[in-house]
Design a protein around this ligand. Sequence first.
Ligand code: AMP
Length: 310
Amino acid sequence: MSLLVIGSVAFDAIETPFGKTDKIIGGAATYISISSSYFSKEVALVAVVGEDFPQSKIDFLNSKGVDTTGLQIKEGEKSFFWSGRYHNDMNSRDTLVTELNVLENFDPIIPQEHSSPEFVMLGNLTPQVQQTVLNRLSNKPRLVVMDTMNFWMDIALEDLKKTISMVDVLTINDEEARQLSGEYSLIKASRKIMAMGPKFLIIKKGEHGALLFHQDEVFFAPALPLEEVFDPTGAGDTFAGGFIGYLAKTEDVSFENMKRAIIYGSVMASFCVEKFGTERIENLTQAEIDARAAQFMALSQVDLKIVERG
Ligand code: AMP
């Protein structure tokens, strides 16, 4: 089923305890599109870059089946740039630089042929732009999933809350859930955030997995303990791409199927962190994805026998 992806397409500069990159290709929508392309053949991207963005990377997205008709290239302008440094635990990071550049005045234009998608993934981007995209669709999609981050909570909270009220699923990390709700307990935070609009909430906890909330139910998906964690950048977006890609492929938006989707999201994220940037997720095989999904099943499956006390 058709999937419309929006979000940043960017240059990133990353520092981890294992090394440092110059400007490499990143951006929320880049990770989401690549990741979802392993599940859906109908991924369309709406985003903006400057004239500094390499054509070879756009060609690469096309080679993964991602339709980039909605990717605007702004002459004489620079692409969004983000730089971050990870702490030794690799679970937390500091943003060093955020240069909005082309994102500052981004007017998302949705090509006619992509204006009634069944699934929409609002990747990390100005909340006002995320909202504009929803307002410009011709039909109400079956499912809208939104990702955001603390940056927008700090500078555009009211716009952000308005956008949150328009979506079905919100994905954020634990720190952001606490900031948004003002609650330390993630259970209390989940209730407050779902009261803002989304029927489903995913709270990502990095190497400690992810929680899926719906009404009074909660499901936990572990993260795979990995030998090599090189660079967590984009793990959240890659997770979101796997999650929505799986839902679009299976055409089922029930809570039960979201449990499977969250595992596939975690499978994709587990690849992402193994190398810098998008490198590891660029050329995965179906066999690699299947093998990792099997590892996830083995990781938490247990045949529990309740023994009676004698
Ligand atoms: P993640 O590690 O999943 O949180 O996503 C990292 C990606 O988000 C990087 O590739 C950045 O280019 C992008 N990013 C960072 N800050 C922002 C922001 N304020 N708006 C949109 N995208 C951002």
